[in-house]
Ligand binder design. Structure first.
Ligand SMILES: Cc1ncc(COP(=O)(O)O)c(C=O)c1O
Length: 373
């Protein structure tokens, strides 16, 4: 679906780490990866973490999530987005998707908050908005909530590194750099990988310092084993950061390749009984996983049919409210997330996918759908 590729300086930088003896969470590559990543996304500060989930956990904590707090989270996402909130002890409020982007229906949340505030009822303390599958969410209603009610924004940009907005307040910005903090994942299936890894970005030096502090066991600098709060062993290793620096050098080219794959799929699948992925005129998505909505509710059958001819495809997530740990979680209702799950299908999207392989995927999908319908 989205295979890693190591075509650049990965081996050379790993060897440099081994030769230097700096293989753990301190080393030149960690600093360099943070610096170069921050510059690439256009954020003043970046803090490398052991995973995207760790990045979310720490970002949420420094943004104020904790026991007694309410955090609004996208319902249609990978479970890590919600789990990171639960780790802090905060209560999750799930928000349905909107059909234009498949992301959080930020207008639904805005209207809810305004109504709640008007009658003196509880409003979320924070919002964690996820930019799923490489398309940025409509973030402006959240910026309005931040201005009016002080609701802080954590962006889960794990799947949307390099996606941008064209219009409005976030125009020209990169996903993950508009809210108070942004989080990214470098898991093996992401557009760049460090094996396992993540990053927090922020424009606020105090939030960056506190995030760094929490990722390093909250050890007071220059002290001998004084830890002033409960922290975590969440730093990225120098080895992983070496991979990250090499991968970052290839990021522009990978985004170009993902967009070229999307253009070809759009040409090849346009006549089939399905809807192509979201592409709002105000956004420049990266198509991390190219995903379509079938007209018929039968993605499982299509996945099995494609597997029988050696084409890997996948259904999209079951919404968080359908996961056992979140079965009784409060949510702003709607049926969009459920309908995405019932009809969504992700197609092979690796940057190594050749035009010939992609043509075969499209042909096999066409015959699977013909059999189905
Ligand atoms: C939307 C989203 N959030 C969070 C994560 C968690 O990242 P990681 O696997 O690096 O912990 C992932 C992916 O794995 C993801 O897709």
């Amino acid at each position: 679906m989205s295979e890693p590729s190591f075509d650049g300086n990965e081996a050379a930088y790993l060897k440099e780490c081994l030769d230097s003896g700096y293989v753990s969470s301190v080393g030149a590559f960690v600093d360099r990866f943070e610096r170069e990543f921050a510059a690439w996304v256009g954020s003043p500060y970046a803090v490398a973490c052991a995973s995207g989930t760790a990045a979310l956990h720490v970002a949420l904590r420094v943004a104020g999530a904790g026991v007694g707090r309410l955090v609004a989270v996208s319902d249609f996402t990978f479970i890590a987005s919600a789990n990171a909130v639960s780790y802090t002890g905060a209560t999750v409020l799930l928000v349905d998707s909107e059909p234009r982007t498949w992301n959080m229906d930020t207008e639904l949340l805005r209207d809810h908050v305004i109504r709640q505030a008007a009658r003196g009822a509880r409003i979320p303390d924070l919002v964690e908005v996820v930019h799923v599958l490489g398309h940025p969410a409509d973030i402006e209603p959240l910026l309005e909530l931040r201005n009016r009610f002080g609701i802080r924004i954590v962006e889960d940009a794990a799947e949307a590194l390099g996606a941008t907005w064209y219009r409005g307040m976030p125009a020209g910005k990169s996903a993950g750099t508009v809210g108070d903090l942004g989080c990214y994942s470098f898991n093996g299936n992401k557009i760049i990988t460090t094996g396992a890894g993540g990053m927090i970005t922020t424009g606020d030096p105090d939030l960056a310092a506190r995030a760094r502090h929490l990722t390093t066991q909250a050890k007071v600098p220059a002290s001998s084993y004084v830890h002033d709060e409960v922290g975590y062993n969440y730093r990225l290793s120098n080895l992983s950061a070496g991979l990250g620096v090499a991968q970052l050098e290839q990021l522009d080219e990978r985004i170009r390749l993902k967009r070229a794959i999307a253009r070809r799929y759009a040409e090849q699948l346009g006549e089939l009984p399905l809807r192509l992925p979201p592409h709002c005129e105000w956004a420049d998505p990266t198509y991390w996983l190219y995903s379509v909505l079938l007209d018929a509710e039968a993605p499982d059958t299509v996945v099995a049919r494609l597997a029988s001819v050696d084409v890997e495809a996948r259904t999209v997530w079951r919404p968080i409210h359908r996961q056992p740990p979140y079965a009784y979680t409060p949510r702003l209702r709607g049926s969009v997330a459920d309908s995405l799950h019932q009809r969504g299908l992700s197609l092979p999207s690796s940057v190594q996918l050749t035009p010939e392989q992609q043509r075969r995927v499209s042909t096999e999908l066409a015959s699977a759908l013909a059999d189905n319908g």
